[in-house]
Design a protein around this ligand. Sequence first.
Ligand code: 5GP
Length: 184
Amino acid sequence: MILIFSAPSGSGKSTLVQHLLETRQDMELSISATTRAPRGQEQDGREYYFISQDRFEQLIREDAFVEWQQVYKGTYYGTLRSEIERIERAGHHVVFDIDVKGGINVKRMFGDRARAIFIAPPSIDALRQRLTGRGTDSPEKIEERLAKAEIEMADAPLFDTILVNDDLATAKRELDKEVAAFIK
Ligand code: 5GP
């Protein structure tokens, strides 16, 4: 089975995916390839496979990707076919943490084998407060992310479920229920 998580930036997607991976030993995160540089403590082969743009483009030509996107201008992200094979060989369910466009594409590809979950912030205003509180982005960057978030929110109905992340503990409980029902 395949679980897909997509969300506007700042919705708490990573926290919820992390929660799922910590509580369910039968699931494994699909590690994407990217051309962006590692941030902080990130390690090659753990958060991402960090590769050059030349290599990424070569892999596109070789049809090595299940799905890829230029999520930010000039920065590629994609899921390698070999990665899905690796997880399936281990007998685990595959968890995707990908952008909204990628999420829709993967859902189309896998149909009923996949459950696509859209993590939504309670409101654009709440998202603004979170992004401001995080203190990692300039005001311009925050407005850019908010504009992108509004566009992404319009695609939420294409997902199987919309999970509103207002209170984190509640969202985790809802997620556990949703996943348990799908896997059964
Ligand atoms: P970040 O650079 O913050 O780790 O990720 C930026 C965005 O790219 C996130 O929304 C993340 O989910 C998305 N992303 C990561 N891997 C993939 C992938 O393989 N395909 C697509 N379409 N998006 C991805």
